[in-house]
Design a protein around this ligand. Sequence first.
Ligand SMILES: Cc1cc2nc3c(=O)[nH]c(=O)nc-3n(C[C@H](O)[C@H](O)[C@H](O)COP(=O)(O)O)c2cc1C
Length: 323
Amino acid sequence: MEPLTGFKIDNVSINPPLVLAPMAGITHLPFRRLVRKYGPPGLVFTEMLSAKTLPGESFDRPGFIQCHRDEHPIAYQIFASNPHDAEAATRKICEGPADFVDLNLACPAPEISKKRKAGAYLLENLSIVGEILSAMKSVSTLPLTVKIRLGKVADRGFLQELASVLNDNDVTAVTIHPRVTGEKLKRLSRWEYIGYMKSLMNVPVIGNGDVQTRDDCFRMFEETGCDGVMIGRAAVRKPWIFSEISGTPPEVDKEFLLNVYRDAFFLFSAYFEERRFLGRMKEFTWYFSKNMKFGHHFASMIQNADSAEQIDRIIKDNFSGSC
Ligand SMILES: Cc1cc2nc3c(=O)[nH]c(=O)nc-3n(C[C@H](O)[C@H](O)[C@H](O)COP(=O)(O)O)c2cc1C
């Protein structure tokens, strides 16, 4: 396999050309630090942030928009239903440490798409996409990027129209997760649309969907011609996946798994107050426990814990035996 070569979004170097996906409830600051420690990717994303409430958040306190100095480059992703909120959120993000502002045109979850008329819902009306991007551009001092799904149905004509809205609004990179909006993550994504999007855009295209291994990643580069590869769920299960892909895989044994899980415990518990810590640790464990022989049993013990102390005890008493 050829070594990976980085690429640039605007003037920012993305090297290696591997990207940690935005994932709500998962890609918070301590998780991103965990991945940077064992990875590292060339770019990380925040979880999606509500454009409506983001301007009231603080960069100086633990929360959704804080980032650590070692996390660059980092894209802050917003979801918005109208130009006014998107503009205010972009203005706020540009006051902070972000390298990119990303607009979510991908999320099909009912509470985002149906209820708030944001995320993938916006793909139903390309003129509002243009208005939102234009509002963001009018105040942004940072490069704008977007993350898209295919739309309601897989249709090349629609992608052509979308690409022209994105090109017209000086979007500097596009991530494409090639599933139609109604599709669950279980069904395989349609990589052929990544290459097609690449043929339509004047700027880098990042492919996303179902990359689980180094081989998958190289296959996505080869089959689609994308500039970068974004990884979501596999990076939660294996926070070291980016070093595996870059050709320096760690030796994954019981002791290594315990070290990674303990690091997650310490990073998360030092950052979040206990209630939020519990939620985040349970979500992470759901994915991470798939590395363990008796992971299901271990994860259900963690799901039932109601304090950090209890989780600490479960790790001490049960982690190694569950591997
Ligand atoms: C728990 C979870 C939360 C997600 N949250 C977001 C999000 O906040 N913004 C977004 O654009 N995509 C979100 N996604 C979609 C991922 O970014 C990615 O597109 C999807 O998981 C497919 O990539 P994968 O096969 O590498 O996991 C989320 C996915 C999961 C599993």
